[in-house]
Design a protein around this ligand. Structure first.
Ligand code: GLC
Length: 739
């Protein structure tokens, strides 16, 4: 009997494995052997007008319709970008409380950027993509690539810093690897969503130079190199039109100039007009509430702008049906790439491999800002350790808005430090911040704060060493969607606490956790400072490894740390520049008056030293850079020159270093920053080991955007290639001429 069963089974398998083209009865749109565009056209030709319109708007909080009659599945979306968010109810903003949707919490994207390691970005995208695939999501709502213009932006922790080149370099591998799982990246928030205050309506005014040199490049690379299958329109306005139906952004730039062939998804509740949405590039309208705006409606999702109103306008001939055909094409293409991609892997979730990947990113993200030799703290030498600070125990994946995640595990810094230094490690909260409410905050009574403060200072007097783990968190008005920070200093009286701690115990390590820069009035009194991030599941083990020296820190800052807020370009020009000014009848208006001089570009050009500069990060070892050498001092029009620099590990432990290439245009017809990041390479050297780091420089690296000609141009003249360990720690400079 068994033999016959085996024969039947192998026959069934054989038929199942036949290339689908061998089954002539299959309609083209289901035939995987056919080119995707043929399948799209065939599916479209079979659809009714109602079915096409149904594709273009949400059917639940996180899904949009497929075409049931044709066996075309619905589209499931999920936040991102640091992991796969827990399941929501179909029709309200309550979690469904599933028992199988806890995830790996990967480090925030600012931390990923701080690794300056594109290989880790690829590993990250692969890992989070496997979790999204396993949860059967077709679109992961990330990565966010908005530029960090102000350190008050409540969502900078979801983005990759102040430089478009670093952001692009770190976003592309994430997208490429994520999408190999048959899950679409959804690059967000397109565009100019650089703050949370008034995010749903602020009208941003920006020069075309700043738009093309600073705010668009990472999106462009995500589309053209990352091949992102979807893009999310932002809430705000630019040129007086909401981004989710902005003709210039979506039709002219995204599709016209960049050739984007994916689907444009609105941010939730960011659509405001049917005709605009129909004509100006939006494909899928997602919504915060069932009327697409801000309140529940009895009509459900049919009340959305691209639902019944759209259908009726087409039927009345007020909008051409061709508009919905174009949207349906983009959505079908996305479905064939994801839900109907039968080659996609099965995915996996909260595996040891994903935890290892999360830890690798976390360890390489931590930045050693300052060290007078106190770090690393050898566990063999320290058994009387005090840990102070709520962030040592807080579950920082809670809160922050849409990026919040249900962690399967969260190994806190205190747990990991106790595992490293023994259970004799004492803990004092030092301050308390309340629960992470979306958009508002819980106020803790002063008497509680005072007692926590005094208790920590008393305990610090008796400890051999104090590790302070404070910073910001995901509360409203801290680092949370829909609100910006109110101040640049650390909240909850932490500056005073740090000053009081170091006054009673000079052996203080500050290891703050944040997604933004902040003031450090105590910087000269504290012997060692680590910048840690929202590192997710493995935050504890990664911080403990770096503090103890088991891991050598190799992170570099993806944004500048201004000494004072007014040293930052966005805060130099008054309220019109940030947060904008409310104009009756026109809503909040804002002008990016610092123009292209964002971040280190501002600090360099205005000669305002940052407290810690872009690209800064120390190590437990030291690196010596030799003299840079050029393959040629002349660059022709289509030429490439190579700059090479030897780097040696002159210390006594293994270490990683990110060698950075900045280019300076010595003389230009338009104002340019002193220098701009055009390359970086992360190297790993054993003690005494030397390596040669090379960068190729092409005319593209010399270009600036001439908005009067609407083109990128490289002007003949003298240029400098500056090799640095940070944007201000330039170790070698060579000059060359172009043309
Ligand atoms: C939010 C966010 C966006 C998120 C979406 C779904 O408002 O702006 O980043 O992906 O809604 O939660």
């Amino acid at each position: 009997m068994v033999q016959i069963q085996k024969i039947i089974l192998s026959a069934v398998l054989a038929v199942g494995l036949l290339p689908v083209s061998a089954r002539a009865d299959l309609p083209v749109y289901l035939d995987r052997s056919k080119p995707i565009e043929e399948r799209v056209e065939d599916a479209l030709s079979r659809m009714t007008l109602e079915e096409k319109v149904a594709l273009c708007h949400a059917q639940s909080k996180f899904s949009s319709a497929g075409v049931r009659r044709l066996g075309i599945p619905e589209v499931w979306l999920s936040d991102g970008p640091h992991g796969v968010r827990a399941e929501f109810n179909w029709d309200n903003w309550d979690y469904a409380n599933w028992t199988n949707d806890a995830c790996t919490v990967f480090p925030a994207l600012t931390a990923l950027a701080a690794t300056w390691n594109p290989e880790l970005s690829a590993l990250y995208g692969k890992s989070v993509g496997e979790e999204a695939r396993y949860r059967e999501k077709d679109i992961l709502l990330g990565p966010g690539v908005n530029i960090s213009r102000t350190p008050l932006n409540g969502r900078n922790f979801e983005y990759m810093g102040e430089d478009p080149y670093l952001t692009g370099e770190m976003a592309v591998p994430y997208i490429q690897e994520l999408q190999k799982n048959g899950v679409a990246a959804c690059v967000k928030h397109f565009a100019l969503n650089n703050q949370e205050k008034w995010r749903d309506n602020v009208n941003v005014k920006v020069s075309d130079r700043a738009l093309y040199e600073i705010y668009l490049p990472a999106f462009k690379r995500a589309v053209q190199e990352g091949k992102a299958w979807s893009v999310m329109g932002a809430y705000n306005r630019v040129w007086d039109e909401h981004c989710c139906h902005n003709a210039r952004l979506l039709n002219d730039i995204l599709r016209g100039e960049w050739g984007f062939d994916g689907a444009v998804v609105s941010d939730w509740g960011a659509t405001h007009d049917t005709k605009q949405a129909a004509l100006n590039g939006l494909d899928i309208e997602m919504g915060s509430y069932t009327d697409g705006l801000a309140t529940e409606s009895m009509y459900g999702y049919d009340a959305f702008y691209l639902a019944t109103p759209y259908l009726e306008m087409i039927k009345r001939g007020e909008i051409p049906e061709s508009t919905v055909d174009d949207k349906a094409r983009n959505i079908l293409r996305l479905i064939f790439r994801t839900a109907m991609n039968t080659d996609k892997p099965f995915g996996s979730m909260t595996t040891p491999e994903h935890y290892a990947a999360a830890k690798q990113v976390a360890v390489e993200a931590i930045v050693l800002l300052k060290n007078n030799g106190l770090l690393p703290l050898d566990p063999a030498k320290y058994d009387n350790v005090l840990v102070v600070g709520e962030n040592a125990v807080r579950i920082l994946s809670d809160g922050g808005g849409s990026s919040e995640l249900k962690a399967k595990d969260m190994f806190t810094p205190l747990e990991a430090i106790r595992e490293t230094y023994g259970n004799g490690v004492k803990f004092a909260e030092g301050y308390r911040t309340g629960r992470p409410f979306f958009g508002w905050e819980e106020i803790i009574p002063d008497e509680i704060l005072d007692s926590l403060h005094n208790e920590a200072v008393e305990l610090a007097k008796k400890a051999d060493v104090v590790i302070y783990i404070g910073g910001l968190n995901k509360n409203g008005f801290q680092e949370c969607e829909s609100t910006d920070r109110r101040e640049y200093n650390l909240p909850w009286n932490q500056d005073k606490l740090i000053e009081d701690l170091v006054a009673v115990n000079p052996n203080l390590v500050v290891a703050n956790i944040s997604g933004n820069a902040y003031a450090m009035p105590w910087v000269d009194k504290v012997p060692a400072i680590l910048q840690s991030w929202y590192l997710g599941t493995m935050i504890g083990p990664s911080m403990a490894d770096v503090i103890s020296g088991k891991a050598n820190p190799s992170g570099k800052l993806p944004f500048s740390f201004p000494k004072r807020l007014e040293d930052n370009g966005a805060h130099h020009f008054g309220e019109i520049s940030y947060p904008g000014i409310e104009i009756p009848g026109k809503g909040p208006q804002q002008e990016y008056l610092e123009d292209i001089f964002v971040g280190y570009r501002w600090h360099d050009t205005k000669k305002i030293p940052a407290l810690f500069p872009f690209g800064h990060g120390l190590s437990y070892t030291t690196f010596k850079y030799g003299k840079a050498a050029l393959s040629s001092k002349e660059m022709s029009d289509n030429g490439t020159i190579t700059v090479t620099v030897p780097v040696i590990n002159t210390g006594d432990v293994d270490g990683k270093e990110t060698v950075q290439l900045y280019i300076q245009d010595e003389k230009s017809s338009l104002p340019r920053p002193v220098k701009e990041l055009k390359g970086f390479r992360k190297i790993h050297l054993a003690p005494g080991q030397t390596t040669e780091v090379s960068f190729s420089i092409t005319p593209d690296d010399l270009k600036f955007f001439d908005d009067s000609k609407h083109e990128w141009i490289a002007e003949p003249g003298k240029f400098k290639a500056m090799i640095g360990a940070s944007s201000t720690d330039i170790r070698s400079t060579v000059r060359f001429s172009y043309k």
